[in-house]
Design a protein around this ligand. Structure first.
Ligand code: SAJ
Length: 446
């Protein structure tokens, strides 16, 4: 198998062609491996076979280039796994309603592997998960079926580090942590990934590799929660948190900048720490940091709604009956991903409090609200922004003309200090309130 990996004779199968799996499959094809893309969605496979990519980081042109090599096979039938020497699992690991790890996608992938894999196969799991998963859910079923580790199969864990939309770091140049369930698995993992990715970071077990991923993202969740709490404290002390952060950021060492906001979203930061917290509890270890960070971050949308009430109150208005526009609905700037987006929570809470809420997001133009109704973005028409009692800047995509928003809107709640200082009515409120009437009046007097 080592020779097949080094000579690029091995057939590589990727299970799950999402924002992780498709770029990885393309990387293997472009490096000269015969690559099999397997996804249970026939619709996705049909689309890809026609050269239409549904992943922003992979253009149709790139996809077509891979198809034209004849070395990129696609199928929604698991039988295609029979040809694979190496199988890399890139399926979702969401949370259940009870905020516990949902391992169903990994389990289904393993059922497909058990039913089809050839006698000697290398398996790597990339989905973010709790420490111990690879040994339990990848090795366990293989051993139960009579496969012998180190002879019939090898297993690694290598966490995905895909940051959708990141123009600087992509699949090939992001260092790749690789841990094996045994020494030979680790060696094979290093060789295979080393054929495609610039920098490999080998570690001595799959548990270390699994834990490293959760450490990376739990670190972010806790630090984001910390700066959100600092923002709430600074507000109580009538100190401008944004200026404070800029001042602290001037320290060239020992400080890492995070910024407060309307809450956290996405498929990583809100979820990954809960995998660690869940596993810790099974060891009778209760990480207050993780749970407190989760609680604090998920408090922020409600804080933004309170800020909206305060902003309207400055002008003798209430949320109830006001027309409010949310600018940006995706979970972060220049993304079209709505998963766990704080904007959705702010939308629902404002509606519950009687506001007439619209949203404007050219990146994420539709979503289904909790009542099951499809909501559509209004047009990016800055003149029309004046008709709203309050405009809330939630996710300032670069597609927006912020100056236009700043001058055309009556009243703005700027949850990420996008418009910077001037004319802020409540200088210290971290959700800056901009009263453009005052702005216009002062400008005219200059
Ligand atoms: N956020 C803040 N304040 C911050 C940073 C982020 O409120 O200082 C919010 C964002 O608005 C967003 C959420 O947190 O709603 C998550 O933002 P993120 O920048 O962490 O972006 P993600 O969710 O795309 O995280 C991914 C992660 N990548 C992988 O797991 C492979 C994370 O490890 C990366 O550090 C992050 O991208 C990144 O740096 O872009």
């Amino acid at each position: 198998m080592k020779t097949k990996f080094m000579n690029k004779e091995a057939k590589i199968a990727i299970i799950g062609l999402g924002y992780v799996g498709l770029p990885l499959a393309v990387a293997f094809v472009e490096k000269g491996f015969h690559t099999i893309g397997y996804d249970t969605s026939a619709r996705k496979i049909d689309s890809l076979m026609y050269g239409v990519s549904d992943i922003a980081d992979i253009s149709n042109q790139t996809l077509q280039g891979c198809l034209d090599t004849g070395a990129f096979e696609l199928s929604s039938r698991a039988a295609i796994l029979r040809e694979a020497d190496a199988i890399i699992i890139c399926v979702p690991t969401p949370l259940t309603e009870a905020m516990e790890p949902d391992m169903s996608f990994i389990k289904h992938a393993m059922e497909d592997i058990i039913a089809n894999a050839k006698q000697e196969v290398f398996i790597s799991l990339e989905s973010t998960t709790y420490p111990g998963t690879t040994r339990e859910l990848i090795c366990g079923p293989m051993l139960e079926k009579g496969y012998t580790l180190g002879q019939d199969f090898f297993a690694c864990y290598s966490p995905e580090r895909v940051d959708p939309g990141n123009k600087q770091f992509h699949t090939l140049n992001t260092p790749k942590v690789v841990g094996g369930v045994d020494v030979r698995s680790k060696e094979l993992g290093e060789i295979l990934y080393g054929q495609v990715i610039d920098t490999i970071v080998p570690v001595n077990s799959t548990e270390v590799a699994e834990m490293s991923k959760l450490l990376e993202n739990t670190f972010r969740s806790i630090n984001i929660a910390f700066i959100n709490e600092m923002a709430l404290l600074a507000e109580k002390m009538e100190i401008d948190i944004w200026e404070t952060i800029e001042a602290a950021s001037s320290k060239p060492f020992g400080f890492m900048k995070f910024t407060p906001g309307p809450g956290i979203g996405g498929h990583c930061i809100p979820l990954d720490p809960m995998y660690l917290s869940w596993k810790a509890k099974s060891k009778n270890f209760y990480s207050r940091f993780i749970d407190l960070a989760h609680e604090t971050n998920h408090l922020m949308p409600e804080k933004m709604v309170d800020h909206a009430a305060e902003a309207l109150n400055l002008h003798q208005k209430s949320i109830n009956g006001s027309k409010i526009l949310l600018v940006g609905m995706a979970y972060k700037e220049n993304s079209n991903d709505l998963r766990e987006s704080p904007g959705l929570h702010i939308y629902e809470q404002l509606c519950t409090r009687g506001a007439d809420v619209s949203f404007c997001d050219p990146e994420a133009p539709t979503f289904r609200d909790t009542a099951g109704n499809m909501q559509e973005s209004v047009a990016v028409d800055y003149e029309a922004f004046a008709a709203y009692d309050l405009v809330v800047i939630v996710t300032p995509h670069k597609a927006f003309d912020l100056a236009q928003i700043g001058t055309k809107s009556q009243l703005i709640l700027d949850t990420k200090n996008t418009l910077k200082d001037s004319f802020t009515e409540k200088k210290w409120a971290y959700g800056k309130v901009h009263n453009t009437q005052a702005m216009t009046k002062e400008l005219s007097q200059r």
